[in-house]
Write a protein that binds this ligand. Structure first.
Ligand code: COA
Length: 475
């Protein structure tokens, strides 16, 4: 991407033409032919065959564990060439965490590092640093999520990188932004706690709860990906890179913004859509945990369905959306609630939500969650079955859309991964297996960085890309 420049001769000719025939150009511009504003003409290739959105973007992927790898995997799905740099002999620590198949990279690793290439480099070895310097010069983006200060300690400060490649974007995930905690190491649940999610999740009478959705790690990776793509877009105008920082605390708070909304509403009275209001329990100074209450203006709750006694996932989330209140009343056999002043309006229902959901549950308990889903959808009543991971893994429609993808791995065999959840109509996702540790080291050294065979042999001998020998380890 960095290398594609407009040839000066052509640019000159274009500006000459513009200067000569301004009226004609203006007319063409009005017609929207896409030429007069220096944009490429619309491709004639069929949809989906004009390459991928991020073709030509090369990423130096210095990420590990989950937050950073989520980001670079998404960019790889969009077409970027992601070169994952790993420590020789060790690699990303998740390769060996939660291992299910002996001798194979764990699913923790494989599901977060698909569609990438792996090169091993000891960044603290002088020759390793030489290779990194070449990578910095040839890549568009460096992504990292080391502990605060680790990249600087490698010698890769922003000033150093920017001097070597002024177009490079340096994107980082850290636990906290500048402030009292900026030097702290952070994992998922720390971010959930510090970002306001845990204090607002769970039941009022219980302790704060963390959620299974990895909003601290994967959520921040997503935020970072947007930051990177925005910086790439700005670079088209400015010609220069910039730093992109996503703090996990900030990412979680961004996803919890409705709770900060409620915190401010508390100053003006109770939160009437919380079931605690209907139960007559006073609110404290901070937003309480709301159990399964809906976070929006349409009251909702989780209800038991047929089989709940033995199936832990036989539940449905039921939203009493105001416009379909009449249909709900008919379905559950309470037609008089449509006109009864205690139930007819959303405001009148607020103090009675517990009673209303108990009554709806008497109806849902007679049906499976899928039957409730089918019936309610015929009446435009928004409901959601609780799907287990087993059900999701077996869901054919998710496979058909490429959201769940089966890939083949040379060591572990077939495994499921989550494909690209973001669908682009002209950029089909590239979802491939994860690389073995250092699988592409030779290929990257020779084909991307231009090292000759003799130089590669010399690098190998130096120990910059190979694991330390046993006696060195012991010493
Ligand atoms: N060659 C040589 N050294 C390497 C290397 C390589 N290719 N890759 C990493 N290292 C070194 C680093 O330089 C660092 O060394 P230093 O501390 O001596 O400077 C060391 O490996 C460990 O890196 P660190 O990031 O501190 O790993 P950790 O396992 O101790 O901590 C986290 C892990 C996730 C807690 C920490 O990286 C962190 O807080 N990251 C930011 C927040 C984040 O992303 N958290 C979510 C993770 S899912």
């Amino acid at each position: 991407m960095a290398k594609k420049k407009v040839k000066p001769a052509k640019a000159k000719a274009a500006s000459k033409a513009t200067a000569k025939k301004p009226a004609k150009v203006a007319a063409k511009k009005a017609k929207g032919n896409g030429k007069s504003n220096n944009l490429p003409r619309p491709s004639n290739k069929p949809w989906g065959q004009a390459g991928r959105a991020l073709d030509g973007v090369r990423i130096l992927d210095f990420t590990h564990v989950q937050s950073g790898p989520t980001c670079t995997q998404l960019l790889a799905y969009m077409g970027a060439d992601v070169i994952k740099v790993e420590r020789p002999g060790v690699g990303d620590i998740t390769r060996g965490q939660l291992v299910d198949v002996k001798g194979a990279d764990s699913l923790y690793f494989t599901m977060l590092n698909g569609t990438k290439r792996s090169i091993t480099i000891d960044s603290k070895h002088p020759k390793g640093m030489d290779i990194l310097n070449r990578l910095i010069k040839t890549c568009d983006v460096l992504v990292e999520n080391f502990a605060p200060g680790a990249l600087d300690r490698m010698g890769l400060t922003w000033e150093y990188i920017n001097k070597l490649n002024p177009r490079m974007i340096v994107a980082s995930v850290k636990g906290f932004g500048p402030g009292p905690y900026e030097d702290c190491k952070v994992y998922e649940n720390v971010a959930q706690c510090a970002g306001g999610s845990a204090s607002t999740t769970g039941f009022r009478e219980g302790p704060p709860l963390v959620t299974g959705a990895q909003i601290g790690d994967s959520g921040t990776g997503l935020h970072l990906a947007l930051g990177i793509v925005s910086a790439l877009y700005q670079r088209i105008r400015t010609g220069r890179g910039q730093r992109v920082l996503c703090a996990m605390q900030d990412g979680v708070l961004n996803l919890c913004r409705v709770k900060l909304r409620d915190q401010q509403r508390l100053a003006h009275g109770p939160l009437t859509e919380y079931s605690q209001y209907g139960e007559g329990i006073p609110f404290g100074k901070a937003v309480p945990r709301a159990g399964n209450d809906s976070g929006g203006g349409q009251p909702a709750w989780l209800l038991k369905c047929k089989g709940w006694e033995t199936d832990p996932d036989a539940y449905i989330y039921f939203i009493t959306q105001a416009p379909v209140w009449g249909e709900i009343c008919d379905l559950i056999g309470e037609p008089t609630w449509k006109t009864d002043p205690d139930y007819a309006t959303p405001k009148a229902r607020l103090p009675r939500l517990r009673k209303i959901f108990d009554r709806i549950e008497q109806w849902t308990e007679t049906k499976t969650k899928f039957e409730v889903m089918e019936i309610c959808n015929q009446h435009d009543i928004p409901v959601g079955p609780i799907l287990s991971m087993k059900e999701i893994a077996e869901d054919e429609s998710l496979r058909a859309t490429g959201t769940v993808v089966e890939v083949d791995h040379p060591v572990r065999g077939k495994y499921l991964t989550v494909g690209n959840p973001i669908k682009l109509s002209d950029s089909p996702a590239r979802v491939e297996r994860s690389p073995l540790l250092g699988e592409h080291t030779d290929e990257i050294l020779t084909k991307v960085l231009g090292y000759k065979a003799a130089e590669v042999a010399e690098i190998k001998n130096s120990g910059a890309i190979t694991p330390p020998k046993k006696e060195e380890k012991a010493a």
